[in-house]
Design a binder for this molecule. Structure first.
Ligand SMILES: [Zn+2]
Length: 142
């Protein structure tokens, strides 16, 4: 294994670790818990490492909203297609209609904390946390 392969492997391992922590609602940066005060409210900083959950930029939450919409749509589409294929040729259209609508109302709330941490993990892949950010919560500011 040459240096490039080792670097690539370490990078993939790091990305997998970030997302593994995120899908368990833990801080992607350190793995610490306590990011959320309730299901829908979060602390602004990780109590363990101090990283800001909204990393010092206006509109940062739009990314987690986008992840939330995509995840909700994927869950809806998976359940819809699975029920349709399993019950073909006479799918329960009424159940799919009303159940799908109810699912699209409930899923964003159920997925909210996960998409928040997953988006933070996604951001950390491309912009790892700096020492200044962990101390002050500001990116590129002193
Ligand atoms: Zn942390």
């Amino acid at each position: 294994m040459d240096r490039l392969d080792l670097g690539m492997q370490l990078s993939i391992r790091r990305v997998a670790l970030l997302f593994w922590r995120a899908v368990r609602r833990r801080c992607p940066n350190c793995g610490g818990s306590g990011l959320f005060a309730t299901w829908l409210t979060f602390n602004h900083r990780c109590p363990t490492c101090g990283i800001a959950l909204e990393r010092g930029e206006d509109g940062y939450q739009v990314g987690s909203y986008m992840f939330n919409i995509i995840a909700s749509e994927l869950v809806f589409a998976t359940i819809f297609v699975t029920v349709m294929v399993a019950t073909w040729p006479s799918p329960p259209w009424e159940l799919l209609l009303w159940g799908g609508g109810a699912l699209m109302l409930v899923m964003p709330f159920l997925l909210y904390p996960f998409t928040k941490t997953v988006f933070l993990a996604f951001d950390l892949v491309f912009r790892p946390a700096s020492h200044d950010e962990l101390r002050t919560g500001a990116i590129g500011r002193r």
